[in-house]
Ligand binder design. Structure first.
Ligand SMILES: Cc1ncc(COP(=O)(O)O)c(C=O)c1O
Length: 496
């Protein structure tokens, strides 16, 4: 009895110890194992995210951004306005605006530390994203600048010094198309012409049927100059022209420049990044500048200037037009610090990459989506108005020119300038209007075009609104000539 009782007490004691041990194992597995495994993992993940802050590749899953998420990213757009003019000043989604504010707060929290210690590395991060995107060879080829006007000043300023220092001779030429952007033309005038250079303006005929028309005009002009014995020091070529808008055959034009001995080629690619594929090795230009605030979802203002390493030989000095403490330390470094200011727009690129990678196919997917949509809408409008597109669809990116009904009487740049606010104020449509002078002796050609853009926030209804607005003007018997008469009568009446 006693022996049995003793062995059963021993057994109970053993069971109890077993249970306690089992409980300890369970507690250990439940609480400590996840801690031991997850803590280092989460720590690594945290630092990795801080370092890169961007998923490098576009998503390949079904969790792409939805239409309603797109609309909420642009919920700050003015309600009731059909915005089809993204090409002028671009757009910025709410998530990127929020990133911009975060950077601003970071700066305000401790300005000295941020501007003196942190800014340079953050800008390097943005430059690296650009370098990878445009397939540049080296990050030092990429400088972040505010806008194309700044980039053009950098490129043209060195030509003025070349004249001053006797490297260029009076009469040496720059070649450009007649459709070159006005501000860039002014830069050519301010730096190149004033220093003694001459300008070859290649006619840009519009409407266009093929790239060959552009290429042959360019080749003809260069051959003519060769015959005259003039040195062509620089070519200035748009990648995507402003108005009238077309995608230029830049690769072929750069090749012609090389074959014909043009020394430097500068591509004004204001509209390129985010609306066409951009590859520095393929294009082969010496200088290439694109905005990132038009088609790449950055806030104003951020752009970049690429300077090919092989083009920046030792006697070619490139400097930012704003001279700061960084003068003489290389263009990328000079551009990263142009005096005290808010550099936050330069820092949002990781957030922009995150945004574009929410779309199927990433930026490439967005480019295709916008191109297909703008072509479809352009054709719909041309059919509704009984007009034509200004060029074949494969010569445009995310913007296209559509002929306006002749009865609107657009017969000068002034008419085009006035029709734009009229459409906005009366009908709530934002577009750009272009006057195209008829060629010599041409009668009855279309002289008024609308430039429509498509960005991810646009809806079909925006274009229907434009179609109906123009149809309404036609029905009302509106003509620009009449508008001008009424305006001048009014001005006379009030005695101005
Ligand atoms: C061809 C071209 N170049 C330059 C610009 C603008 O230059 P910035 O960035 O200096 O305003 C535009 C703007 O529409 C453009 O279309």
């Amino acid at each position: 009895m006693t022996g049995n009782a003793g062995s059963s007490t021993q057994e109970n004691h053993f069971r109890q110890r077993l249970r306690v041990m089992a409980e300890k194992i369970v507690i250990f597995c439940r609480y400590y194992v996840p801690l031991i495994v997850l803590l280092p993992y989460r720590t690594l993940q945290f630092f990795y995210q801080i370092k890169t802050q961007v998923p490098i590749e576009p998503k390949h899953s079904s969790s792409f951004i939805t239409d309603s998420e797109i609309q909420s990213e642009f919920a700050h757009h003015a309600p009731g306005v059909a915005m089809m003019n993204n090409g002028s000043f671009g757009c910025c989604p709410a998530s990127v605006i929020s990133a911009l504010h975060q950077w601003q707060l970071k700066m305000f929290r401790q300005p000295s530390h941020f501007l003196l210690n942190e800014l340079k590395n953050r800008i390097l991060e943005s430059r690296t994203i650009i370098k990878d995107h445009i397939n540049a060879e080296d990050v030092d080829e990429v400088s972040i600048v505010d806008n194309i006007s700044t980039a053009a000043a950098i490129v043209l300023q060195q030509t003025a010094w070349a004249f001053a220092e006797g490297k260029f001779n009076k009469g040496d030429a720059v070649i450009m198309f007649s459709c070159t952007y006005g501000a860039v033309k002014n830069s050519i005038e301010a730096y190149f012409s004033r220093a003694g250079g001459s300008v070859i303006e290649v006619p840009f005929n519009f409407p266009l049927n093929s790239n060959e028309e552009i290429i042959s005009e360019f080749r003809k002009a260069l051959e003519r100059e060769k015959g005259n014995g003039r040195r062509v020091r620089l070519a200035v070529i748009d990648h995507v022209t402003c108005v009238p808008t077309v995608v230029m055959p830049v690769k072929q034009l750069v090749k012609i420049c090389r074959d014909e001995g043009v020394e430097q080629v500068f591509i004004d690619a204001a509209h390129a990044v985010g609306s066409v594929d951009v590859d520095m090795q393929e294009i082969g230009a010496d200088f290439y500048a694109s905005t990132l605030y038009k088609w790449f979802f950055c806030p104003p203002v951020v752009s970049f200037l690429y300077c090919r390493k092989s083009a920046t030989h030792s006697d070619l000095e490139l400097h930012h037009p704003i001279v700061s403490h960084r003068y003489g330390k290389g263009l990328a470094e000079e551009s990263f610090w142009v005096g005290t200011r808010d550099y936050s727009p330069y820092l949002v690129l990781p957030s922009v990459m995150e945004f574009v990678n929410r779309f199927e196919g990433g930026l490439k997917g967005i480019i295709k989506r916008n191109h297909d949509a703008v072509v479809e809408m352009g054709k719909m409008l041309a059919e509704a108005w009984g007009t034509n597109l200004g060029c074949p669809p494969d010569m445009c990116a995310s913007m296209i020119m559509v002929g306006l009904p002749a009865c609107l009487g657009i017969s000068s740049d002034d008419d085009a300038t006035k029709l734009r606010p009229h459409l906005c104020d009366k009908f709530g449509v934002e577009v750009r209007i272009h006057y195209q002078a008829p060629k010599d002796g041409e009668v009855g050609s279309t002289t008024g075009y609308v430039r429509i853009c498509h960005q991810i926030y646009n809806k079909v209804d925006d274009y229907y609104k434009l179609r109906d607005a123009v149809n309404q003007l036609v029905r009302d018997g509106f003509t620009c000539a009449l508008e001008v008469c009424i305006c001048s009568a009014f001005i006379q009446f009030i005695g101005l």
